[in-house]
Design a protein. Structure first.
Length: 247
């Protein structure tokens, strides 16, 4: 699947009303602020940098990053997910999935109605099953899925009975999603995630973009389990993955 297929799927769901360029953050992709958009998801800058074997994924918005979370619904089916996402050209195999399984993206998400990080206790209360509302990180694999809506994307479902290659920290949900436990940090308008790689060269050679989006669990809580339903902003405007690591 090419990055252009991914671009077309997002463009159909995207609305962009730029007002002025922002140069507060250097390098990476400089975006334009949009007064019509919810400020915590209005991207003004995103970049990926590396040092030694660690890649830092950075995104800045025109408001306070992480200040807005979904309203709880009280159930899994139909519940919402808010996310800061870095789509990349990195092959899904590099983080533990099958080769070329779809578009590999790092995502920072919050969702109060379910917990998909069973190995970690993000809120520190001794219970590892009630932390969905705390911002946390995932690898997700995305593909266009017409069942999610015309031109929409979904997290790739795992067909019943199949046994694909999966990361060791896969949380057990029937989708291509990993819960590696890297804690995002928020500082005013910025969110960052530091991600270790065994082969940092694959990151340095990749391209990326920045997206803020809302996802929703299917009302049947079945395939397609998790769909992108609201693309809030795209750093490049057209999701052409123009970002180059360390540039």
């Amino acid at each position: 699947m090419s990055k252009y297929t991914f671009t077309a799927a997002f463009i159909s769901a995207s609305i962009c009303l730029p007002t002025f360029a922002n140069t507060h953050h250097s390098d990476g992709i400089q975006a334009q602020a949009n007064k019509e958009m919810l400020a915590p998801f209005d991207i003004i800058h995103t970049k990926i940098t590396t040092k030694d074997n660690v890649a830092t994924f950075h995104m800045a918005v025109s408001g306070k990053a992480g200040s807005s979370k979904p309203t709880p619904t009280g159930q899994l089916a139909g519940s919402d997910v808010f996310s800061y996402v870095w789509p990349t050209s990195i092959d899904s195999y590099e983080v533990g999935f099958e080769k070329k399984a779809g578009i590999l993206a790092l995502a920072v998400t919050a969702h109060p109605d379910f917990d998909d990080t069973p190995l970690y206790d993000e809120n520190g209360d001794g219970n590892t099953t009630n932390d969905g509302n705390v911002w946390h990180s995932h690898w997700v694999v995305l593909q266009p899925n017409e069942q999610c809506g015309k031109g929409a994307l979904g997290v790739v479902d795992i067909p019943k009975g199949s046994k694909p290659r999966l990361p060791k920290t896969w949380p057990g949900l029937p989708i291509l999603l990993d819960s590696p436990g890297w804690s995002p940090t928020f500082n005013s308008e910025a969110v960052e995630v530091r991600v270790p790689f065994n082969e940092i060269g694959v990151v340095k050679a990749s391209n990326f973009d920045g997206v803020t989006a809302g996802l929703r669990v299917n009302q049947s809580a079945h395939a397609p389990l998790l769909c992108v339903v609201d693309v809030m902003d795209i750093a490049s405007n057209d999701l052409s993955l123009p970002g180059k690591v360390n540039e």
